[in-house]
Design a protein around this ligand. Structure first.
Ligand code: UD1
Ligand code: CA
Length: 434
């Protein structure tokens, strides 16, 4: 059967995303705005913006207020920003964006900046279903084990009749386990009309965006619930306890992604991998390793246990970054081995380098971070200190316990040893003729 014309028209509507990020986050007890607290090395707001960016959204607007300067500087040019001052509730926050919304003919997708688990696929699906339905608004919901602190979804048949905040809910309403994620789709113009009529008649004396849902339902408009089965997608971060829970969930997500790509993670509960990391197949990550964002690890590598690989470092195929090794802003070439108790900062290792236990690159001279370059096949003896800037030539060696001073570059094939390290002149092998 052909689709009715009106539905076809709806499907063309562009979607503007509005992220609410002005709240203080009182329960975090922090001087940092809540949405800038990090999980997986990325602010909560960054996770939300990523999900929105992947979901074919026309434009993104963020409402900032508390810690506005810091929030703006994080956002940069990822979205436009409007100010909410004072922060008088989620309904008021949306109203503060009215000037950005009012000329936009389409849908607004509203998301809280403190719910980092939503997936772009979910947003896409929600938009698709909303556009095909006759609903004026759609609320993303989930049934959760512990609904404490969330707004409860009051249903009337298959429609949403109201959202009741916990503080204002009657006992039987509190028993409802379907909760409001804080993510909604509204027809913009209809929403704006109802926002202006909001009252602060609740325990917190705020303008609640959630009250718009009841007003719409009372008017006979259709509000649908789009329920996700995975409650992790709707986890709102209000406290440090929530933050740690979300960190674990997002970490598991990342780990599963790598496992599916052929990476062995020996103990997923004791391994941390930030988002945006790439790892080649058949690499094994041993427990208690900490891998930051934008790190690239090749295939057939061994990492850990207790390895720390900091942001942006690169580890080539078949390399080993072993026990108690920290790698910072460094590139480790294919087949190189850094097996024990080592700090590599601002270092570039070519292929097949061997770094002995206890090696340290002294990369900070108190003013600048200096570079260390180690050539192919070089052998750095145990407990060497490489004072940067320094270059160790191809196939060169350092003796155990050497301190190779800055700029005392070691030529290819040569050996240095001692404190400070000096070139070792090898005696000729040929015996003197008698
Ligand atoms: C809100 C919802 C609740 C839902 C939950 C989902 C309301 C009234 N309640 O409750 O139904 O279950 O989210 O996580 O909407 N914000 C502003 N300006 C403000 C107040 C808040 O921008 O004046 C922002 C916050 O920065 C935050 C988001 O809105 O990112 C949600 O605010 P929060 O105070 O955390 O609301 P909840 O109590 O969690
Ligand atoms: Ca919240």
């Amino acid at each position: 059967m052909a689709q009715p014309l009106v539905l076809k028209k709806k499907t063309k509507k562009p979607v503007l995303a509005l992220v609410l990020a002005a709240g203080k986050g009182t329960r975090m007890k922090s001087s940092v705005p809540k949405v800038l607290h990090e999980i997986g090395g990325k602010p909560l707001l960054g996770h939300v913006l990523n999900a929105v960016n992947g979901a074919d959204i026309h434009k993104i607007v963020v409402v900032a207020g508390h810690g506005e300067k810091q929030v703006r500087s994080f956002i940069g040019n990822q979205a436009s920003v409007v100010r909410q001052f004072p922060q008088a509730g989620t309904g008021h926050a949306v109203l503060c964006a009215a000037s950005a919304l009012k000329h936009f003919q389409g849908l607004v997708l509203i998301l809280p900046g403190d719910a980092p688990g939503v997936r772009e696929e979910t947003i896409r699906e929600m938009v698709r279903i909303h556009k095909q339905s006759e609903a004026i608004a759609t609320v993303l919901t989930a049934c959760v084990k512990v609904p404490d602190g969330y707004g409860r979804i009051i249903r009337s048949g298959d429609q949403v009749a109201a959202i009741r905040e916990e503080l204002d809910a009657a006992e039987e309403e509190r028993a409802i386990c379907e909760i409001n994620s804080g993510i909604y789709l509204f027809e913009i113009q209809v929403l704006l009309k109802h926002l202006r009529a909001l009252k602060q008649n609740n325990r917190k004396k705020e303008y609640y965006l959630t009250d718009v849902v009841e007003a719409l339902a009372e008017e006979g408009q259709i509000v649908r619930g789009f329920q996700v089965s995975n409650e992790e997608e709707v986890l709102g971060i209000n406290s440090r306890v929530d933050l740690a829970r979300a960190e674990k969930i997002m970490n598991q997500r990342e780990i599963e992604k790598h496992q599916k790509n052929g990476v062995t993670i020996v103990s997923p509960d004791n391994t941390w991998i930030a988002s945006g990391v790439t790892i080649g197949s058949d690499t094994v990550i041993f427990p208690f390793s900490w891998i930051e964002s934008c790190v690239k690890i090749g295939s057939h590598c061994h990492v850990g246990p207790f390895a720390t690989i900091r942001q942006g470092s690169k580890i080539g195929d078949q390399a080993v970054v072993g026990c108690f090794v920290e790698v910072v802003r460094s590139n480790i070439g294919k087949g190189s081995r850094v097996k024990h108790l080592t700090y590599l900062g601002d270092a570039t290792l070519a292929e097949n380098v061997n770094i002995g236990a206890g090696t340290i690159t002294a990369n900070y001279d108190g003013v600048k971070k200096q570079k260390t370059v180690v050539g192919k096949g070089a052998f750095i003896g145990s407990n060497t200190v490489l004072v940067a800037p320094i270059r160790i030539g191809q196939g060169a060696k350092t003796g155990a316990g050497s301190v190779v001073l800055g700029k005392q570059h070691v030529p290819a094939g040569k050996t240095v040893a001692g404190v400070p390290a000096k070139l070792i002149q090898r005696k000729s092998n040929s015996k003197k003729k008698i």
